[in-house]
Design a protein around this ligand. Structure first.
Ligand SMILES: [Zn+2]
Length: 117
């Protein structure tokens, strides 16, 4: 991350950063529109240190911090299976038969959205 004091620093793609505002979302929590530095070349958004700290505090408050777990893809019949660790199940209140939406967000990132009624 690039902090607000580092104006003039370039994006890792080599593009210039310009001040703007962007919709900020982490762990499915909507933090609203925050000031961000946007790369004019690739469109990457960089949050200021202040905004990052606010997000971190909120994530800690909600008990979502440190929930990353390592797992492994296994196989069941013709499908591949990824187990959801108990800590994440408990924290998000995921229940059997809840509908989920699964989609890739990057080449090596998979998003699983729990659809709540
Ligand atoms: Zn860039």
């Amino acid at each position: 991350m690039i902090s607000e004091n580092n104006q003039g620093i370039r994006c890792k793609c080599g593009g210039k950063l310009k001040k703007g505002a962007g919709e900020v979302e982490f762990f499915g929590i909507d933090f609203g529109v925050k000031p961000v530095n946007i790369c004019t070349k690739c469109g990457s958004e960089y949050l200021s240190q202040e905004v990052m700290e606010k997000i971190e505090a909120e994530i800690k408050k909600r008990g979502l911090f440190g929930l990353e777990k390592r797992g492994r893809v296994s196989k069941s019949g013709n499908s591949l299976v990824i187990r959801i660790p108990k800590e994440i199940v408990d924290s998000l209140g995921i229940k059997r038969d809840l509908p989920v939406l699964i989609y890739p967000s990057e080449r090596s990132k998979l998003v699983v959205e729990v659809e709540r009624k």
